[in-house]
Design a protein around this ligand. Structure first.
Ligand SMILES: Nc1ccn([C@@H]2O[C@H](COP(=O)(O)OP(=O)(O)OP(=O)(O)O)[C@@H](O)[C@H]2O)c(=O)n1
Ligand SMILES: [Mg+2]
Length: 416
């Protein structure tokens, strides 16, 4: 394709190449072109308002070099200035972090006007310019990059953290759409150190703006016997670390994040105990679920984990009838994968305690076995006996209870 404009590789692909880690998508910037020229060259426009196009062959994103001016709150409040006179340096200057504000030309030359390579070396997440404040979502992005690159030793530059604090205090985060925030939160939870995401948000005051129900857990004590770390917020961070270590999928990590919200509601006079936090947390979990517009799978698992995580920890003491009820609540018969996610979240919870990270969690296997016993009850026998409708359902539950009872007896019998 013959063109008289120049294209540069920008963003994550340049950063990750220089870091020596695999990149997963490429973003391009186009300098010296008008939208019409790109359309003529066969690029397809993305939406109406953004000067962004898709390459006719690769489908990769090409953005016209642009400067942005903010004209109001939130994402709708942008006006773009994109014309052929906007230089590469001007475009890079309005980007979020110095390590994201480098470009590479088609000969592999790096263009780095804002010290990105130096900050890569120094392991610093540093904003490029005051234009950082034009998009408050960047507060979440920085926390997410911190979660991603923490294993490499990256941290947020103090000046950048101060700017993030200003943004949090200005109330601007309230204008982010749930969709944009959720994208960042969900990606951050899947990073190697989701706990760092929460810690950075807390350090700049953004946690209280975005997830106040989580923020209040910091400073709430728990009994030292079960929680050597004492502080509920610190416990939560350890649980998230374990969830990442176990490579749990997103719904389980979301459930980990919200499982103890009830402890933020315990009246101080009862501290460090939290009787009934499994039920008292449900309203808060529901509120966060809805505000964040979390996908249904995440919402359901967070509610169930909040309500039943203590059941899981006590599995070996539970009566067969209680197990039967637990299995019904989870609908383990039709939703086996959801129960498995729950067991993962509970295991992360049990290990997310200072000094107990390597403990065994026999409860998970015990419950898997009990669930299989319940599932082994076959409806066929009952149908042959002529049961129908509600009576059939009731008999089925009886049969399952019988199977669970047998399983418990076997498992609990002292070994000879
Ligand atoms: N709110 C945003 C979003 C994006 N960018 C810029 O656009 C680039 C591409 O954005 P994106 O693909 O979202 O992030 P990457 O840095 O490429 O990271 P990832 O590896 O997650 O794709 C970023 O590097 C950054 O220069 C920005 O400045 N501010
Ligand atoms: Mg990218």
């Amino acid at each position: 394709m013959k063109t008289d404009f120049k294209t540069y590789l920008v963003g994550g692909a340049v950063r990750d190449q220089l870091l020596g880690v695999p990149w997963h998508e490429r973003d391009w910037v186009v300098v010296g072109a008008t939208p019409d020229q790109l359309l003529e060259a066969g690029f397809r426009p993305v939406g109406q308002d953004f000067p962004v196009f898709l390459h006719p062959d690769t489908g990769e994103e090409y953005a016209l070099a642009r400067t942005e001016r903010k004209s109001g709150h939130g994402y709708g409040g942008f006006t773009f200035h994109a014309d052929p006179s906007v230089s590469l340096e001007e475009d890079l200057q309005r980007r979020d972090l110095t390590i994201n504000a480098m470009a590479m030309d088609d000969e592999g030359q790096v263009i780095d006007p804002y010290g990105g390579q130096q900050d890569l070396q120094a392991r610093l997440l540093r904003h490029v310019s005051p234009a950082f404040a034009e998009d408050p979502l960047r507060v979440l992005r920085v926390a997410r990059f911190a979660a991603r690159y923490a294993p490499l030793g990256f941290r947020v530059a103090p000046d950048t953290l101060a700017l993030m604090r200003e943004l949090a205090e200005s109330g601007e985060l309230q204008h982010l759409t749930a969709e944009r925030s959720w994208k960042e939160i969900s990606r951050a939870l899947m990073e190697p150190r989701p706990d760092v995401f929460i810690r950075v948000l807390r350090a700049c005051g953004a946690l209280a703006e975005l997830l106040p129900e989580v923020d209040v857990l910091f400073g709430v004590p728990q009994p030292e016997a079960h929680h050597p770390e004492v502080d509920t917020g610190e416990h939560l961070l350890l649980v998230l670390q374990q969830a990442a270590r176990m490579q749990l999928p997103l719904p389980a990590r979301w459930a980990c994040l919200l499982h103890d919200l009830g402890k933020g509601r315990t009246p101080e006079r009862f501290w460090p105990k939290h009787h009934g936090h499994e039920k008292s947390g449900l309203a808060a979990v529901k509120a966060v679920n809805q505000r964040c517009k979390a996908p249904r799978e995440c919402q359901e698992l967070a509610l169930l984990t909040c309500e039943y995580h203590t059941h899981c920890h006590r599995a070996l003491e539970l009566k067969p009838a209680t197990l039967l009820k637990l299995f019904k609540a989870f609908d383990i018969y039709r939703r086996p994968e959801r129960f498995e996610l729950f067991l993962g979240a509970c295991e992360a919870d049990a290990r997310g305690r200072a000094g107990l990270e390597e403990r065994d969690y026999p409860q998970a296997d015990y419950l898997r076995g009990a669930a299989n016993a319940a599932r082994s009850a076959e409806v066929k026998i009952l149908l042959e006996q002529g049961f129908k409708g509600a009576a059939l359902g009731a008999e089925m539950e009886k049969l399952r209870l019988q199977r669970i009872t047998e399983y418990c007896r076997e498992r609990r019998a002292p070994a000879r």
